[in-house]
Design a binder for this molecule. Structure first.
Ligand code: C5P
Length: 235
């Protein structure tokens, strides 16, 4: 059983900006778990992952792969060599694609990073699903179905809204991980997120990992904001 943790979304455009941020945490006894997304990875390449690993952080590499199974298998085999702790795919790529991702990610000794799948992006509305994608099921039904497909393919969990974590655990079991962005402090700015909740409420609903970006990265005191997240969510 993994312990609950806070993952900081390092949505920075360069290595320089990232390290200026991480330097603030140098004296912090708890090394934050970090998420590296497409922007930073495409700007800096695999070297940014190696350098952050060298500093002792755990890394969720959020590249959301979605392609034919053979391509995903080979890409995951490359990513497995980077020694990250968590990576992800889109569940919409189907069970076959997700199985291929697990195969590619698994190292010769049988170990692999955690692998999770994006269900429906929180930016997708039911109306768009119906009109643009011709999906007539409700958004909650698609999230549960995609989570069940993810579990059937042998992955470890899904990315979803913290408000959906309870529903996903009910359908897929308590051990199936829910990694949840869309977290804000009760007295904080929501910005462009819509379905948000606080770290304390995310814990009550059952999130395993919360992904927090701007409430920490844009705070006047990021270390204090991180500690507040940890005390509300983990302790
Ligand atoms: O700054 P904020 O806390 O909103 O950052 C949330 C992070 O989680 C961002 O990196 C965003 O891309 C990511 N994310 C999200 N909603 C999803 C999937 C990922 O907010 N459904």
């Amino acid at each position: 059983m993994l312990t609950r943790d806070v993952i900081i979304a390092c949505d920075f455009a360069s290595a320089e900006a990232t390290f200026a941020f991480l330097d603030k945490f140098e004296q912090e006894p708890r090394k934050p778990f970090l998420k590296i997304g497409m922007e930073l990875y495409y700007a800096e390449g695999p070297s940014i992952v190696r350098e952050i690993k060298r500093r002792g952080h755990r890394i969720f590499l959020d590249l959301k792969l979605h392609d034919i199974p053979n391509t995903v298998r080979k890409a995951m085999a490359v990513l497995s060599k980077l020694d990250v702790d968590m990576c992800n795919v889109h569940a919409a790529g189907t069970i076959d694609m997700m199985r291929a991702a697990v195969e590619g990610l698994t190292r010769p000794d049988g170990t692999r990073p955690l692998l999770i799948a994006v269900t429906q992006l929180t930016s997708t509305s039911e109306e768009r699903m119906r009109q643009e994608l011709l999906i007539n099921a409700s958004i909650n039904d698609t999230i549960v179905k995609y989570a069940q497909n993810t579990r059937a393919a042998g992955l470890d969990g899904v990315v979803c809204s913290p408000l959906e974590a309870g529903m996903v655990h009910e359908a897929c079991g308590k051990e199936f991980l829910t990694v949840t962005p869309g977290v804000r402090f009760a007295d904080g700015d929501v910005a462009d997120q819509v379905r948000v909740t606080t770290p304390a409420r995310a814990r009550e609903i059952g999130s395993d990992f919360i992904v927090v970006g701007r409430p920490i990265t844009a705070a006047a005191d990021p270390v204090a904001a991180y500690r507040r997240c940890v005390s509300e969510f983990c302790d």
